[in-house]
Design a protein around this ligand. Structure first.
Ligand SMILES: *Cc1c(COP(=O)(O)O)cnc(C)c1O
Length: 370
């Protein structure tokens, strides 16, 4: 079989072809002004992103990881506190909790891959300070019951919305439910910078002021240090590029939604557990994750046929070597562990053509027909 069809998981050359001129303009504007750190594009991006998400404040930071760490620090979370979070996430959500000296407490997930509110309820103790849902794949976690729990037990909610910019739940955007929404603009995310970048959404002005100080050495004005801070600022260059791309984000997300719709139409639900969208959801499909039997064989078959896939994530966080001291064992998070051997992320980037999606779906269906 000789087949030269290639379906890339990501396609940065295509993005450059589509908007290289706009990126060049951003670079020229920043270099000609020379305001590389804390420049005018940063405040502009913050205003535009706040309006896009529907919050009072956006604080631009250097990464999604620092968005998580800084916002929890700003809310006073630290040693002795427990933060409940799902074990099937990118490492940064749990690592952020651990870095503050707080204890990550895992709650298992639902078949839709997001944290199970009932499992959260079971993990609440005297020491619980916060819940950190992760809007995995760009699908907002079940926020109504999560916010009910938070109100009832007086807990903070920090949303890891790194994968979910523009996604909605009951018409409300990701990152606007809790005390802070943490976003990543890593090159692989739907809204992507040319390097590391991230930001926090919040309606809490005190928290936003605190974050603006802490990202910049703890400085108030030029020369007064209120508390020892960090360097967690978003580069002006990245802010300029993100401002340009934010205006185009709904188009990107619509193209990804179109690809997801096609997959739903074409993939055989007899063999493939599809990530369905409930009527209250509007998902932006940072990743399109199917769940299947014989996942590894399917992944190899797709690779043989030129289709790049990924696994988000093969080893759950509670079973990582770094998590040893937390005392979890295999069997503690049955749904997460069950999914870890079944999940497969299909390419769904905005540059794919209908023919690419048809080709991928066809390869998957042929694998199960054989
Ligand atoms: C990408 C990602 C992060 C980290 O963002 P960075 O900008 O890479 O630091 C955190 N959580 C989740 C769920 C992510 O997907």
């Amino acid at each position: 079989m000789t087949n030269s069809w290639r379906v890339p998981y990501v396609n940065f050359p295509a993005q450059w072809e589509e908007e290289g001129d706009l990126v060049r303009e951003c670079i020229e504007a920043v270099f000609s002004r020379g305001d590389f750190v804390g420049g005018e594009a940063v405040a502009l991006f913050e205003t535009e992103a706040a309006s896009y998400c529907g919050v009072d404040q956006v604080v631009a930071l250097n990464s999604g990881t620092d968005a998580l760490i800084m916002s929890m620090r700003g809310l006073g979370i630290g040693p002795g506190d427990e933060v409940i979070t799902p074990p099937n996430s990118f490492v940064a959500s749990t690592a952020a909790i651990a870095h503050l000296g707080a204890t990550p407490v895992f709650a298992d997930i639902l078949p839709d891959q997001n944290i199970d509110p009932e499992a959260v309820a079971n993990e609440i103790t005297q020491n619980t300070r916060a819940i950190m849902p992760v809007h995995l794949t760009g699908r907002v976690a079940d926020m109504d019951p999560i916010m009910d729990l938070a109100r009832k037990h007086d807990l903070f909610v920090i949303e890891d919305a790194a994968q979910a910019i523009g996604s909605r739940y009951n018409g409300k955007k990701a990152g606007t439910f809790g005390d802070a929404g943490c976003f990543s603009a890593h090159p692989l995310k739907n809204l992507n910078a040319g390097g590391d970048a991230g930001f926090v959404t919040t309606n809490n002005t005190d928290l936003a002021d605190n974050l603006r100080r802490m990202r910049n050495h703890g400085l108030q004005g030029r020369d007064t240090v209120l508390e020892w801070g960090w360097v967690s600022r978003m580069d002006t260059l990245q802010a300029a590029i993100l401002g340009m791309r934010l205006a185009r984000l709904d188009n990107v997300n619509a193209r990804r939604r179109h690809n997801a719709d096609l997959y739903h139409e074409l993939l055989d639900p007899m063999h493939v557990f599809l990530p369905l969208e409930r009527s209250i959801e509007h998902n932006t499909w940072h990743t399109f994750v199917i769940q299947v039997e014989r996942r590894d064989a399917l992944k190899a078959w797709l690779a043989d046929n030129g289709v790049e896939t990924a696994i988000h994530y093969p080893l759950p966080l509670h079973l990582q070597p770094a998590a040893l001291e937390l005392g979890y064992r295999e069997g503690d998070m049955p749904e997460t562990e069950r999914q870890a051997s079944r999940i497969l992320t299909l390419p769904a980037n905005q540059f794919l053509k209908d023919g690419d999606i048809e080709y991928v779906a066809n390869c998957v269906n042929r694998f199960f027909a054989a």
